[in-house]
Design a protein around this ligand. Structure first.
Ligand SMILES: Cc1cc2nc3c(=O)[nH]c(=O)nc-3n(C[C@H](O)[C@H](O)[C@H](O)COP(=O)(O)OP(=O)(O)OC[C@H]3O[C@@H](n4cnc5c(N)ncnc54)[C@H](O)[C@@H]3O)c2cc1C
Length: 476
């Protein structure tokens, strides 16, 4: 019997678990996938939004601002790559200034204090590769870029290190409630709890329906991206947006924390919650729109493409609060953008909602907000690296040449609190396979290391859990 079960190990569930792990509670997080951050939290723009876009008074606005303000501290506590680069919304006609003024006022109402409208000369000084047609822009210094997998993984690891439990490949399929106890039917058997938190992303409406709650719907809205090689990473210095539309913040061009250039997303309402395919039409749209901001964008630099699905809620805002059918079921649903930015603030809010609905929150004196820092070989100075190699020669064996990831880094990723169990999980933790060759050289070696570390034959090592094996038969 758990005090709280959280359904969903995305960034929302991770920060809810981390917040609750401050208290004397038994907490379990379940996810149907083989790793944390396998839903929307792994495929997004990775921007820490300043907060001028959301409608004042909404939860999106409130929690965006709070999350933005928390992010620097959180990134230090959780050892997450984060850079406060600032962002620009660029306009291609002088009339655009009226819309920028509106965004600025909206930002001011939301509590973003440092917004500034800048002219063409300053814009070009800040961003030499910006289009000559860009004449005016809204500058938001408090926007930033972050690594979304690190944010999710490290928050969840911190929760686990503070006593929370995590069950992966554990899918919730039914909920019943009797005598103040939830009985959860899952692929790992029946689980019981007193409070249930629904952080199931795209499927949070399905989870609500399992409890007889039909109060909202979640519709998938796809966004496609292209990622460019590191030689293009400094093409822009900040996150470059165009004016937002009714479907979102529009196509952006941004450096990533690891030095690549990310371009996207478009926005397409679809029916299938599993469709993360990219299309040549979608990618062309993204590139063409991005070229309005940065005309010299060189498609020869593209190393991969991907798509993410926004969990667009029928209410238009984040849905955070007790279910109308049972106040011990708390929703954290409809968490579309700026959900990554808002996640730490959503964690706080959900803890507060649980408290208001009767959960006793008693401080745990030994709660530790920090996770142990790990410095990968690629981030070491030459002398540090030499020292590391002397202690463990695995630091000297480069496995991923594109990203300079060593055998020691890969072994460390498997031995983490929430260790990698497949090749994609190693990739998200270390970047092995994220470079120009996209794993062409390193994947077989990663399979080998996983096999040795996990004590399983090569044929059982998967790409991303389930049946996604690499080798069907052992060759002689
Ligand atoms: C294209 C795009 C761009 C974005 N850009 C930004 C951005 O730049 N900045 C920003 O702040 N936000 C951005 N967002 C939003 C942000 O990514 C999301 O708000 C956030 O990742 C949502 O996290 P989550 O944990 O709620 O959902 P998810 O990450 O989807 O996690 C939900 C989890 O629930 C699990 N689950 C579902 N059903 C079950 C079940 N029955 N049993 C067990 N487990 C289940 C899933 O497997 C999944 O792991 C963007 C989103 C998209 C799609």
């Amino acid at each position: 019997m758990y005090d709280v079960v959280v359904v969903g190990a995305g960034v929302t569930g991770a920060f809810i678990a981390r917040e609750l792990s401050k208290y004397r509670l038994s907490i379990l997080v379940i996810d149907k996938e083989s790793d944390v951050a396998m839903g929307t939290s792994k495929a997004n723009s990775a921007i820490v939004h300043a907060g001028y876009d959301a409608v004042p008074g909404t939860l999106k606005a409130l929690l965006n601002i709070r999350g933005n303000k928390m992010m620097k501290r959180i990134s230090e506590e959780l050892d997450v790559s984060f850079k406060m680069t600032g962002s620009l919304v660029v306009c291609f006609s002088k009339d655009g200034i009226f819309e920028l003024e509106e965004l600025k006022i909206r930002g001011f109402k939301n509590g973003v204090e440092d917004l500034e409208i800048i002219g063409a000369d300053r814009l070009r000084e800040m961003e030499p590769n910006i289009s000559p047609n860009a004449v005016v822009a809204l500058y938001a210094p408090s926007a930033g870029i972050i690594c979304p997998y690190e944010l999710t993984l490290h928050a969840m690891e911190n929760a686990v290190e503070n006593g929370a439990e995590l069950k992966l490949e554990c899918e919730l399929s039914g909920i019943s409630y009797d005598r103040e106890v939830f009985r959860l039917e899952t692929t790992k058997g029946v689980i019981e709890c007193r409070y249930l938190v629904n952080a199931a992303g795209l499927y949070s409406d399905t989870v609500a329906e399992m409890a007889g709650d039909h109060s909202f719907r979640i519709n998938p809205r796809k966004g496609e991206y292209v990622l460019l090689d590191k030689i293009y990473g400094s093409f822009v210095n900040r996150v470059i947006f165009q004016l937002p539309t009714d479907k979102g913040k529009g196509v952006l061009v941004t450096p990533t924390v690891d030095g690549n250039l990310l371009v996207g997303p478009n926005a397409e309402d679809i029916d299938d919650k599993t469709d993360t395919s990219t299309t040549s039409r979608g990618l062309s749209e993204v590139i063409n729109v991005a070229r309005l901001s940065v005309p010299s964008l060189d498609t020869r630099g593209i190393i991969t493409s991907f798509a993410g699905l926004r969990a667009t809620g029928s209410t238009g805002d984040f849905i955070i609060g007790p279910s109308p059918v049972n106040n011990k079921l708390i929703h954290a649903a409809g968490i579309e953008s700026p959900g990554l930015t808002a996640a730490p603030a959503i964690g706080e809010m959900v803890a507060d909602v649980l408290k208001k609905n009767g959960l006793k929150l008693e401080d745990k004196p030994d709660y530790c907000p920090y996770i142990e820092k790990y410095t990968p070989s690629r981030k070491m100075s030459e002398s540090q690296w030499n020292e590391a190699v002397k202690k463990d020669p695995a630091h000297g064996r480069i496995v991923c040449r594109c990203e300079k990831i060593t055998e020691a880094d890969i072994v460390a990723s498997i031995r983490r609190t929430i260790g990698a169990r497949n090749v994609d999980a190693v990739k998200r933790r270390t970047r092995a396979g994220m470079g120009r060759c996209q794993g062409g050289f390193c994947s077989p070696r990663v399979v080998e290391i996983l096999s040795k570390e996990l004590g399983i034959p090569f044929e059982e090592v998967t790409k991303s859990g389930g049946k996604s094996v690499f080798l069907l038969k052992k060759t002689k």
